[in-house]
Design a protein around this ligand. Sequence first.
Ligand SMILES: O=C[C@H](O)COP(=O)(O)O
Length: 255
Amino acid sequence: MPRMLIGSSLKMYFGRARTLEWTRAVAAICADHPAVRGGLVEPFVIPTFPSIPDVVPIATDARMLVGAQDLHWEDAGAFTGEVSALELAEHGVALAEIGHAERRAMFGESDATVALKVAAALRHGIAPVLCIGETREGAPDDAAAACIRQLEASLALARETDAVGRLVVAYEPVWAIGAPRPAGDDHIRAVAGALRAHLADDALDAQVIYGGSAGPGLLPRIADSVDGMFLGRFAHDPAAFGAILDEALELQVAR
Ligand SMILES: O=C[C@H](O)COP(=O)(O)O
């Protein structure tokens, strides 16, 4: 079984103290967990910008990657309030979320700005966690077609510049984010499977993970179609993170 990416964006849920408490607790679980120690799972955490410098050493000791929740495509200049991929890389950031549904809905993120950000991340050796997903619940075929269109629009600039590197595609149906439960297993498997097939021979080294009300119990049901899990609220209890690592390990043992 290839390596799985399992991690969480803390969004803006926690302040500094709780971010560090959560990261220390999850790092302790990861440091001891056979799925992480054996290289089966790459865990990650995506805190707010100001917590990144404190989170990096805690996470790194536990083999966890650290991500950012956004970035700006320019390396420097008069861009008040923004943070460049260049500076994030200096801080040891390995992943950057780009185009999350909340940023598209609330902060005017468009496919054009997403494409600029994806190219900037790759230019600085940061793996984009490119968030895509259909807005309304519907047939899996329609969702897959919409996601592939969004994916290619988001990769337009990277393709033009022949960018190479690691790409994480986070399939997050917008209607399943912040919901009581994730999308249905068959829906996730169909759309994630179509995205994986689309990216199979890509110049970018792509993985497809699922997010949207994901928590313990989901991975074993969709593991044949995804390369990992993108967790939100249902990883706020560090034990839930550990339970998902257990599931990843059990899947390997069963194969
Ligand atoms: O970044 C994570 C996703 O947006 C999912 O969040 P959620 O599991 O709280 O719905």
